[in-house]
Design a protein around this ligand. Structure first.
Ligand code: TYD
Length: 218
């Protein structure tokens, strides 16, 4: 595997899609960039996403297995081949979402992590960007789906669970304050990705035309 795998995680409405677009734009140039997501990064994944998110009640264990099935197919058929080609894969959500939502919030515990680790044959991102925001500050501009229609208390638990994962694995996580302006968040992400690319022995990510000017620049 000669590529680079960066994942964005965080609660609903923290601006993941915007920041993924900004990062992909900054990365494009000499290298191949693959932007993808879970659930729904493949044709089969689209069907699984429909089944999980817009159908009726799904039993919690079935839901966890559907996310894991989406993930297994996605990693095997899209992400690993891209990494083997040397691409940078920028992904919206990965197994930490299952640990937090199915393992924590739905009470299924640690087995969820084991199922996803089996599903992905242990593929670990080089960097996970946690976009962290106080619940209620999100920029939601669309109809909420079933998973999103939950209480503020639930959202606070989700936030804390992600922060706990980031603390547990500080080397491969960066926590970014997503309540900052879009440009400030993008710059924090750029700096973290640049550092992780360099650490992986790959060309870094110099400040682009849309990067913030350094302090002191007139
Ligand atoms: P996503 O498409 O990232 O939507 P959003 O932009 O609202 O964050 O994720 C859809 C929902 O799926 C989100 O509420 C979290 C949930 N989810 C899980 O519960 N477990 C998982 O493993 C994944 C990947 C997502």
């Amino acid at each position: 595997m000669s590529g680079f795998f960066v994942v964005f995680e965080g609660g609903d409405g923290v601006g993941k899609s915007t920041q993924i677009d900004r990062l992909a734009e900054a990365l494009r140039g000499e290298r191949e960039v693959v932007v993808t997501r879970e659930p729904g990064g493949t044709d089969l994944g689209q069907q699984l996403r429909q089944a999980i998110m817009h159908g009726g009640h799904v039993a919690p264990r079935a839901e966890a297995l559907l996310y894991a099935a989406d993930r297994a197919h996605h990693i095997a058929t899209k992400v690993r081949p891209a990494l083997d080609r040397g691409a940078v894969v920028v992904q919206d959500r990965y197994l930490d979402s299952s640990i937090v939502y199915q393992g924590g919030a739905r009470g299924l515990g640690e087995e969820v992590e084991r199922i996803s680790t089996w599903a992905t044959e242990g593929l670990v991102p080089h960097l996970t960007v946690l976009l962290d925001m106080e619940p209620g500050e999100g920029r939601l501009d669309r109809e909420l789906d079933r998973v999103e229609r939950e209480t503020g208390e639930y959202k606070a638990l989700i936030r804390q669970a992600f922060l706990d994962l980031a603390r547990r694995d500080a080397d491969r996580y960066v926590v970014v304050d997503a309540a900052q302006s879009i440009d400030e968040v993008a710059e924090a992400v750029r700096v973290a990705v640049d550092e992780a690319l360099t650490k992986a022995g790959l060309p870094g990510l110099p400040a682009g035309p849309r990067g913030l000017e350094p302090w002191g620049t007139p």
